[in-house]
Design a protein around this ligand. Structure first.
Ligand SMILES: [Fe+2]
Length: 289
């Protein structure tokens, strides 16, 4: 699929490549040596957390839609994008999701309360983002920065290595077989018929297991796949590590080696998210059509 560079300031939310590099330089100065963080994400536990990151002063206007408040300053966006790039991953977005914005407002959207997605309020089971996409197009990392968590909703993360310790050789072989249908989530403006992909849940890349699945949305297509998928879904919740959010907390995790989810949201919650990849330049908008 082609990668398309978009230069429109409007589509990038007024955040240019130059600004991302500038923010990343500040992040590197503050955080120091970053290779350790990058390795922890790539081959270690799969995620890093930071506390007390700078965020904007006036954040009373929690969005009820996908658009950031007009009057908000840009501190949290620069922290999110700058730290992501400083640990080795270029922030990028998809033209077919959230109008190509680099930073996504992750907050319950009015009228989508029942949606099992980042737009909704109901329990969102463990998943990888973009499981229907090829590895080269899938986000390699997700970065999340908390601006408000009045609802006290934790994010849950589980690493694939700890999950697979519960499975025997035969079960792992089934998960690594192309017996599962991956369907685009409703947050992407893509035809589910055209873009659904039959593939595996596990992939062995350079001797390391990687995972792609949405346990609420992917479909096992054989009897043996159904049985293993059920066990996989249950254990992915049971073995999840809960991250308690406070404003200014930031998490970056590998979308290849971890699954993430959350419980119900009751009250205000506002995270900002960006995708990361080492295959594209910062600020790219990927066109999936
Ligand atoms: Fe997600």
């Amino acid at each position: 699929m082609p990668l398309t560079k978009i230069t429109s300031k409007k589509e990038q939310g007024h955040i240019s490549k130059k600004t991302i590099l500038y923010a990343a330089n500040i992040a590197k100065e503050v955080l120091g040596y970053s290779l350790e963080a990058e390795m922890e994400i790539r081959i270690g536990e799969g995620f890093i957390t930071m506390h007390g990151c700078p965020i904007d002063n006036d954040l009373k206007d929690v969005p009820i839609g996908e658009i950031r408040p007009d009057r908000k300053s840009w501190i949290s966006e620069l922290v999110l994008l700058g730290v992501t790039y400083s640990v080795g991953f270029s922030p990028f977005s998809f033209r077919q999701e959230k109008s190509g914005r680099l930073v996504h407002e992750i907050t319950p959207i009015l009228g989508k309360e029942k949606s099992i997605s980042s737009n909704g309020q109901v329990n969102f089971k463990p998943h990888a983002d973009g499981a229907f996409l090829s590895r080269e197009n899938r986000p390699e990392t997700l970065s999340l920065l908390c601006l408000n968590n009045d609802s006290e909703t934790n994010t849950k993360i589980v690493g694939i290595d700890s999950l697979l310790s519960e499975f025997n050789h035969d079960e792992i072989n089934i998960l690594a077989s192309a017996e599962f249908l991956h369907i685009p989530p409703e947050t992407f403006e893509l035809s589910t018929k055209t873009y659904s992909e039959k593939s595996s849940i596990l992939d062995r890349i350079n001797g390391v297991w990687e995972v792609k699945v949405a346990t609420h949305n992917s479909q096992p297509k054989t009897e043996r796949a159904k049985a293993v998928f059920e066990k996989f879904t249950i254990l992915s919740e049971e073995k999840s590590h809960s991250i308690r959010w406070n404003p200014g907390d930031l998490v970056i995790f590998s979308n290849f080696r971890c699954l993430h989810g959350r419980g119900d949201i009751n009250g205000k919650r506002w995270l900002q998210r960006c995708y990361g990849s080492s295959r594209v330049h910062p600020g790219y908008i990927m066109d999936l059509l």
